[in-house]
Design a protein around this ligand. Sequence first.
Ligand code: DHB
Length: 310
Amino acid sequence: DLSTSIAGVALPNLFFNASGVWCQHESELKELLDSESGSLITKSATFEHREGNPSPRYVPLPTGSINSMGLPNEGFEYYLNYAKNYDYTNKKPLFVSLSGLSLQDNVKMVEQFAAADLPCVLEINFSCPNVPGKPQLGYDMEAMENALKVLAPIVKKPFGIKLPPYFDIAHFDAVAAIVNKIDNLAFVTCVNSVGNGLAIDFETETAVIKPKDGFGGLGGAMILNTALANVNAFHRRLTGGKQVIGVGGVTSGKEAFLHVLAGASAVQIGTQLKEEGPSFFARVKKELEEIMQAKGYKSLDDFRGKVKTL
Ligand code: DHB
């Protein structure tokens, strides 16, 4: 049994896409709906449509991927309309990712969602590393706390935030303390890409992506341990039933199992979904079910957060 629930909403299984992968256009969202994913989330929306950065802007690497997409998206109204027309009786709940370029834009978008009163769940992105000249909110504790205090009462319902990876225990403490103050902040999604890596082609001596002199967010297998640390750090610190969605480095059922062991209540897939396509969901479900069977676990609750320490 791979069922779970996030923010009080039931998912038939714990797996869905990481925002940004396979979710910019309705045709891609349809493919997620037709897959064995347990849910789906839309591409991070800005108030206006964006073309994003010049290509190449996503490149697979031997142990993951690098990207600097630059928030290409259809604009907020496209995803609001998608959410308005979504069939909420189909068992897969809908998540919507919002990534305003300013707090004012986030306020405007969240207000319109609140006014539409839809059963979808918002994941507000505090961690886009790829817009030139914009530092990400997730690394500015004061700005993050202020944004949450402004946005949470407008959202009203339970919602979540997408966080960047942290690398310092003091930062885990500080961010968790802020999150714990916001009553209707029901989950954190850990982690966004590891920001501003650089991949260089050995033969041509050239950066592999075009934007930002080749700097971009790292994803995939190479970030698994950073992701697990962030999932577990927040799982240990969050109070009041707040949940963690794990994302980072899942290429098979084994890494998904580790994310749940670290404390994840659901697991999102980025790089591997981009590379393998939506049929990945059938494979990873089967692999996780086989692992649970072999270990004698019947439900995710049997092992969620139960990583042992020495
Ligand atoms: C983009 C990348 C991110 O990591 C994110 O959170 C939002 C957008 C992008 O480059 O499009």
